[in-house]
Design a protein around this ligand. Structure first.
Ligand SMILES: Cc1cc2nc3c(=O)[nH]c(=O)nc-3n(C[C@H](O)[C@H](O)[C@H](O)COP(=O)(O)O)c2cc1C
Length: 209
């Protein structure tokens, strides 16, 4: 049974561009995959735990040396990674906050980027880092207040969101990424209307693929 994992990270639950578009994506994806199932992960309603001393010690300990307590510390990371592994496709809703990603989504990535679980590390190897997850389609729906920050725009050098997301996903093996972008949410003018229209078209195509 095909499965879509939908990850939302906007701080708002009303008026959110990204939440409305991830929902549209999920509806279209389910229409195109009638036997499909949806897993929803909301990192704002349920913020992932920030990594701490115990998490780091457990993550870097060899699995056979992990105490039951150390295993319990990693259970959240394990659950989030299993959700990704069980999915056939991912859709992420990501607002730009202060030129980067929302902190609750960064906490999510800190939980899922884990040595010997989602990436391998061998300091002796010519390429010390090996991604360990299987690639699958990842659609990232981004909304920004000022569309000049989007690729090709006059402020695009200040967009740390997209390179950061791409780097983290590629690092663990998720390479088939497509961005759907909405600009000018804070300007509320014709540019926003046009951006929403083209985002909806891109979503319809990508969700049915
Ligand atoms: C805390 C915060 C920080 C923001 N930082 C930026 C920013 O750096 N650049 C920008 O263009 N818009 C910024 N915005 C605007 C959001 O990116 C924009 O409103 C977007 O549509 C939010 O996504 P949402 O509609 O899904 O909630 C910020 C909004 C908030 C709430």
């Amino acid at each position: 049974m095909p499965r879509l994992l939908m990850i939302n990270s906007s701080g708002r639950h009303t008026r959110s561009v990204t939440r409305s578009l991830t929902r549209q994506f999920a509806e279209r994806w389910l229409a195109a995959h009638p036997a499909g199932e949806l897993t929803e992960r909301d990192v704002t309603l349920q913020p992932p735990t920030v990594v701490n001393e115990a998490w780091i010690a457990s993550a870097f300990a060899p699995p056979q040396d992990r105490s039951p307590v150390a295993q319990a510390v990693l259970s959240e990371s394990e659950l989030l990674l299993t959700e990704i592994e069980e999915a056939d496709a991912l859709v992420l809703g990501v607002p730009m906050y202060n030129f980067g990603l929302p902190s609750q989504l960064k906490a999510y990535f800190d939980q899922i980027i884990r040595v010997n679980r989602s990436f391998g590390f061998d300091p002796q190897a010519p390429n010390p880092y090996q991604p360990l997850l299987t690639d699958k389609p990842v659609t990232i729906i981004v909304s920004v207040g000022d569309g000049d920050l989007l690729p090709g725009g006059p402020l695009s050098q200040l967009n740390f969101l997209e390179p950061h997301l791409t780097t983290m996903l590629n690092f663990i093996g998720l390479n088939s990424i497509e961005f759907v972008r909405v600009g000018y949410e804070e300007f509320q003018d014709g540019r926003l209307k046009r951006a929403l229209k083209s985002a909806e078209q891109a979503i319809a195509q990508r969700a049915a693929a």
